[in-house]
Design a protein around this ligand. Sequence first.
Ligand code: HEM
Length: 419
Amino acid sequence: MLTNKIIPQEKGIDHTLKLLKEGYLFIPNRVKAYQSSIFETRLLGKKVICISGKHAAKLFYNEELFQRKGALPKRIQKTLFGVNAIQTMDDERHRHRRLFFLDLLNEAGQKRLVSITKIKWQMALRRWQATDEIVLLDEVKYILCEAVCEWAGVPLGQSEVKRRADDFYAMVNAIGAVGPKYWQGKRARTRTEACIKGLIEEVRTGKRHIVPHLALYQAATYKDLEGNVLDVQMAAIELINLLRPIIAISIFITFTALALYEHEDSKEKLGQGDERDLEMFVQEVRRYYPFAPFLGAIVRKNFIWRGCKFKKGTLVLIDIYGTNHNEDIWNAPYVFRPERFKDQGAHVFDFIPQGGGNLVTGHRCPGEGITIELMKVSLDFLIHKMKFDIPKQDLSYSLTNIPSSPRSGLIIRNIQPKY
Ligand code: HEM
């Protein structure tokens, strides 16, 4: 077997600034330049191997070769995910922690969240009729925040909705940030953890009564492999790992509205709201528009892949954005075409907007199903239940800001229900 293939190496001492500058395109630009789905660079002073494409994703999700412990920078843990949470776990402990998410996001759990969200959309639509215009991204954040808090049993007064939703969003917004956006995310996490910790303590001490199937109760009583409840901080972090990403779906929903505007022909094909058509449309939104750029894992033991050496302890990044726009997988990847999902199969490693691999045992996003369902409900509202105008505004989005979203937040005007 060929074992000494040279991995293309980016010259220079460190390329962190280039990563910040190029954002979603950092890996795809180099894959193109080196004509190679694997290359080596240096980030934050360390050697990093970047890989892209379906076969690379299959490699990345091989848990015998990769671990998550040690892969996530502390600054991302301190804002987006919480310190030492599920994203950093491996093996038995990880699979056990995942049950907390998978059980709550089962079919019944998803259905209940979808029905609550529908009601919140209807209430919002009534409110919007009395206003001149709204910023869709903000309003959807509030809809989803109200819905998920109700679903989880987390109390939320009307006057707290905006603040709570903005805090959840600030954590997401801090992901690729340095400077003020990072600090906003960090402060938002401190506030949110304090609030959720208080609620968990109330459930544990019997001060707050709550039905057992709700997420707040489950977080307060979930037991680890040794049969111990999580310490209150970790219980809060994992409950936030369930709530926060629901608010993040507002970005995909805003991109869905943008897709309706930018791709009139696809909109017409949506017809009468056939479930399958709605699903193909939202799948294409998740593929076409940027969200998560890449993911990291650490090499567990030395191995050779396609003749290239991977040394134990090396950080490896899998290219999410580039894989979802890879020409070997997707015909005309930069064309928005929902029908491409008509005959595509299981998408274990080729379509990875929310990670890949096995849903039960791996790290693949446990919220993928509910993300698709909430996007479908919202698409149905946007297209079949309301009329509105889109005034002139800056609808562009950046491929260098992570996470990206339409710059204007998508302003809509003259909102009326469709009867
Ligand atoms: C806004 C849409 C979403 C995007 C773009 C997204 C993206 C991702 C990605 C890329 C991963 C990493 C997969 C990996 O490490 O291999 C992930 C993991 C995760 N997601 Fe999502 N996600 C979304 C929505 C959700 C929702 C709605 C939930 C829960 C309600 C959720 C909960 C999680 C959790 C708990 C993990 C960690 C899984 C693990 O490490 O085992 N996500 N997500």
